[in-house]
Structures are given as structure tokens and as C-alpha cells.
Design a protein around this ligand. Sequence first.
Ligand SMILES: [Zn+2]
Length: 321
Amino acid sequence: MNRSELFKKTDDILREKSADFREKELERIAALYRRLPRLKAIEDDLKNNMSRFTAFAFSGNRSEEAFNEFRKKSLDLQKERASILAAEGLPEDSFKIHPRCEKCEDRGYTDKGFCECFKRELSALTLELSGLSSDYAGKTLDSFDLSYYNKPEDREKMELTLGYAKKYVRNFANKKENLLFMGRSGSGKTFLSCAIGKACAEQGNFVCYVTAQDMIADFESEKFGKSGKTKDTERYFDSDLLIIDDLGSEFSTQFSESVLYNVINSRLNSGKPMIISTNFRPQELSDYYHERLVSRLLNEFLTPVFADVDIRELKKLGRKR
Ligand SMILES: [Zn+2]
């Protein structure tokens, strides 16, 4: 799915949801009228009064007395309705069909841009497509637990890195920085990159999370697949943020290296940010990859520091201070 398909799909989902919501609203109001038939009679009278008023207004009759009569009737009916609803302890607008989203009235956007309801749906869909939703549910920047880092110097490093991650999210719309998370396995790289990804997706950005291995497999099946060319790899180029996890875990071939270079280089050229995590140290990157890829990684990416500890191990042992 590419970016425009993603937006289209989000729009479809919202339309479907608001249609469902409207149906439920109609059922709710029908039930309300069954229980309180006088409300239905008032509604009918109001409509009737309004259509008679319209006919009156077009008739050329400008009698103020007649006009006031219509007005009084309408106000009386509305007052009666309000008092019935108040006596029942119901909200005063219970008889109205409400939109699913009051902010945009189900249009999906306001004059400030995409509405929150649209962004929420987009983010849910992105998370669903990215695979971040199940494994990383509840893992957010605010739930990143620094207390697992026992040594003060480790904690200090991670505090800085966490602070940096939060700033990255805040400034995402304006600054398009690339991050390279280097550190041993279990040091919190995946957690942090996913938490950033989720936060950016919640802002309405098209975020794509993938392991290096899976991304290369997608390009392989696109190239060699029998089912013909799919568009699945487009998102690696056109997403607002691409998170490549576990670089170096893939089986290295000429093909895998050219895929990585191609994606990373074209995103750098088009100013689309990436977060890449790897267990490799700089020297190991140089040993594993061609120099042109390594130089792109080391020169174009910022490298926040990770503490040299395995949090997963500490968690298993319950060694939290
Ligand atoms: Zn809305």
C-alpha cells in the first residue's frame, strides 16, 4: 500500500464508521420516540410549523402578527421538548442525529487540516500495517523505563537518548533527521524506534516499520514472485518515516545490499527520514557492507548513544532497582 492508497483507505474506513454511527443514532432516536411519543409529536409539529411558515413566507404575506404566531408556536414546542428531556435527565439535544466526530462533523478535516479522527484512524491503520500494533502495544516514549539501567552512567546515556527521542517526535514535522541506533541486542533500540514510530503515526504521519530481513524479502518476492509485480515495496520509498529494525540480521547478498542502498539512498535524496537500528558497531558495519552504504549511514545519520546493557536479560532476572 502506498501513501495515497493509505489515505484513501483511511477515508473509506471513516465513511463506513460514520455511516454505522448514523444508523445507530437513528435507532437511538427511534427508541427515544417509542418511549416518549410526545417528543415525536413535537418533532412532527415543528416540521409542520416550519413548512407552513415557508409557504407563508413565499405567499407574500408579511403580516407581523402571523409571523410572531409561527415563531411563538415553534418556541413553545421547543420549550416543551426541553422540559420533557430535562425531566427524564436526558441531554437537551438527545433528539438530534449526532455526527460520529463533533469536531469535523465526519468530514475528516477541519480548516486546520486533517481532523484528529482522521489522524487516529490513519495511525491505527499504519500501525496495523506496520506490525507495530500487536508487539508494541502500550510501549510508548512515556513508558520507557529508565530504572532498568542500573549504572548511573548507563542511565544518564539513556536519559539523554530518551530526551532526544521525545524531541525528535516533537520536531518531526519540521526537522527531517535520520537516526542510527547502534547498540547491543536488548539495549532498548527496537522499543525506542517503535515508540517514536507510534508517536509520529499518531501525528498523522505514514510510518512504516520493518525489519531489514522482511524488507529485503518483500523486494525479493516482488522481483522473483510468481504473482507478478506488487506495489508493496512502494511504502519503503514514500512513507513519511521508515523504521528499519535489526540491520545486519539479514542474509547478505549482492541483491540485499543493493536493496538497502537503493532504499536508503533514495530516501536521503528525497529528504524522507529513517530510523535504523543495528547490533553492529561502526567497525562491524564497515566489515559487513560496501563502503558506499556505510558512508551514507555514518555521515547522514545521527547516532544517539545506547547503554551497553541487555535490558531483556535484566528484565528476565527481575533485576530492577
Ligand atoms: Zn473528526
